[in-house]
Design a protein around this ligand. Structure first.
Ligand code: 9YT
Length: 138
């Protein structure tokens, strides 16, 4: 069983930042769950374009407010606490944050750890390194 707290993760290699967000990766590929789970905050006033071509992602908003635009259809959704959106078709989308936006994000396949968006809003597919190999190279 894994019991892990946000405080255990903050300031470690599981705490990953990009210009518009910070993602605390509570579960990663190496935890063996088949998905990763993040506590992610997007900063107020930011606009983030994303296109997860290699991953499926579900985002459950727990605080704040954002406007989500589906860049294929032009459809716009208000995302507030209690709202889930699932990118079940690798949907190209943009999130405009109106109030600091906090969410629980789940990725399949799981992130390995350090992924951030490239210039097209894509996350790369990284190979998970077995724990023993990492210890040996440290
Ligand atoms: C809501 C969203 O997708 N934010 C970007 C960061 C990403 N979800 C992550 O790695 O936690």
């Amino acid at each position: 069983m894994i019991v892990r707290r946000l405080n255990d993760v903050v300031g470690t290699e599981r705490d990953v930042s990009a210009p518009t967000w910070v993602s605390r990766r509570l579960l990663l590929a190496k935890d063996g769950m088949g998905f990763s789970l993040h506590d992610t905050v997007l900063h107020v006033g930011t606009v983030t374009e994303m296109h997860y071509q290699h991953h499926l992602e579900a985002v459950y908003c727990v605080a704040g407010r954002a406007e989500l635009t589906d860049l294929k259809t032009g459809e716009v959704h208000e995302i507030v606490p209690g709202t889930l959106y699932a990118l079940n078709d690798h949907d190209h989308h943009v999130l405009r944050v109106i109030e600091e936006f906090r969410s629980v994000c789940v990725f399949n396949p799981p992130l390995v750890g350090p992924e951030v968006h490239d210039e097209s809003g894509v996350y790369p597919v990284l190979e998970a390194q077995p724990e023993e190999a990492k210890e040996a190279s440290a």
